[in-house]
Design a protein around this ligand. Structure first.
Ligand SMILES: NC(=O)c1ccc[n+]([C@@H]2O[C@H](COP(=O)([O-])OP(=O)(O)OC[C@H]3O[C@@H](n4cnc5c(N)ncnc54)[C@H](OP(=O)(O)O)[C@@H]3O)[C@@H](O)[C@H]2O)c1
Length: 312
């Protein structure tokens, strides 16, 4: 890799936008001893998402140009199929030996393992660096970023990972373990939403005032993400869950994808994933009933239990 490395970013969706914004700010503000070129090369499948990045100094480029000219390439696209497609296009463009490809999406660890082996054949390092935090955290540089893969490559890109978040989680030299960690972490988040939805509905149905139950749980888990979810899910208004750039949420499609991957990973390792299977089914029900955000499970359960008006 050259002394001044160039950096590319593929995928400027809800998460990628904030991550790329912070990378661009970091690259353009780096001091005299520059380790990186001062601009980010960016690509997104739909062009409309490029403008906010170009407006702050990033340069729009094709996947092929990014693969050829960037020494470090981040990918933050939706799912396994999208990451596979990006990596195939990347390799097809013959990246220089010593280049580093970093997958930040939430995908199955087997995909990462397969890609890391393929990358090695091309003299490329493949890192598994999924992130924890929602789009607002991505924009506010508050993500927790996993770092997994070849230690020398991880060390080279560490300033870039630091530029995107509030902390780095070192997972070791196997890139796929970054993605395994991500799935184990997301299992917590999706299961907590299930737990809140069921327990809050039971509390309502039993006649306990909702704020009394909410206060109990938030006092039991002070300072954790549980309080935020309890507050949001403690409301009956579907508008609260409407996902907008100002009001980011966890889209139900993402929850179906993640719980499916969690369940699959568990089964591969002989782990009984009863809760993941249940949450996956509930998320499919939420989507089928026309809801868009994971937390709306609570509205579905309230309506099914008759403690909130309206058809489920
Ligand atoms: N949202 C969260 O809270 C959150 C938190 C942590 C991690 N994640 C993970 O981060 C990843 C991105 O999530 P997100 O919330 O940013 O999703 P998103 O807003 O739906 O954006 C998805 C991105 O992937 C691109 N894409 C989808 N399919 C593609 C394909 N076949 N080829 C090329 N590009 C494709 C989209 O391009 P277009 O713009 O053209 O549609 C867009 O740039 C996912 O793996 C997700 O699970 C999400």
């Amino acid at each position: 890799m050259p002394a001044t490395a160039s950096v590319g970013f593929l995928g400027l969706g809800s998460m990628g936008k904030g991550m790329a914004t912070n990378l661009q700010k970091f690259l353009s503000s780096e001091g005299e001893a520059k380790s990186f070129q001062p601009f980010l090369s960016v690509w997104n499948r739909s062009e409309a998402r490029l403008k906010p990045l170009v407006d702050i100094g990033a340069k729009s480029a094709s996947v092929e140009a990014i693969a050829r000219h960037c020494d470090v390439v981040f990918a933050m696209v939706f799912d396994d199929a999208a990451v596979r497609s990006m990596f195939q296009q990347y390799l097809k463009a013959s990246p220089s030996a010593g280049s580093i490809f970093i997958d930040c999406a939430t995908v199955h660890p087997d995909l990462t393992k397969e890609h890391a082996a393929l990358a090695k054949q091309h003299g490329v390092q493949y890192l598994g660096c999924p992130v924890f935090g929602r789009p607002d955290a991505a924009m506010a540089k508050q993500l927790l970023v996993a770092s997994a893969g070849d230690p020398a490559a991880c060390a080279k890109v560490r300033p870039l990972l630091e530029a995107m978040g509030r902390g780095i989680i070192d997972v070791g030299h196997r890139p796929e373990l970054g993605h395994a960690l991500k799935l184990c972490g997301n299992f917590w988040i999706t299961s907590v939403v299930e737990l809140i939805a069921e327990s809050m509905t039971l509390s309502d149905a039993s006649g306990v005032p909702r704020e009394v139950f909410t206060n109990l749980i938030t006092n039991m888990y002070p300072g954790s993400f549980v309080g935020g979810y309890m507050k949001r899910m403690g409301q009956n208004d579907p508008e609260v869950f409407k996902i907008t750039p100002e009001n980011p949420g966890f889209a139900v499609e993402g929850a179906i994808k993640d719980t499916g991957l969690i369940s699959q990973l568990g089964k591969q390792h002989g782990v009984n994933m009863a809760v993941a299977d249940l949450v996956n089914q509930h998320m499919r029900d939420v989507k089928q009933q026309g809801y868009g955000e994971m937390g709306e499970l609570v509205l579905l359960l309230r309506r099914q239990a008759g403690v909130m008006p309206g058809a489920p």
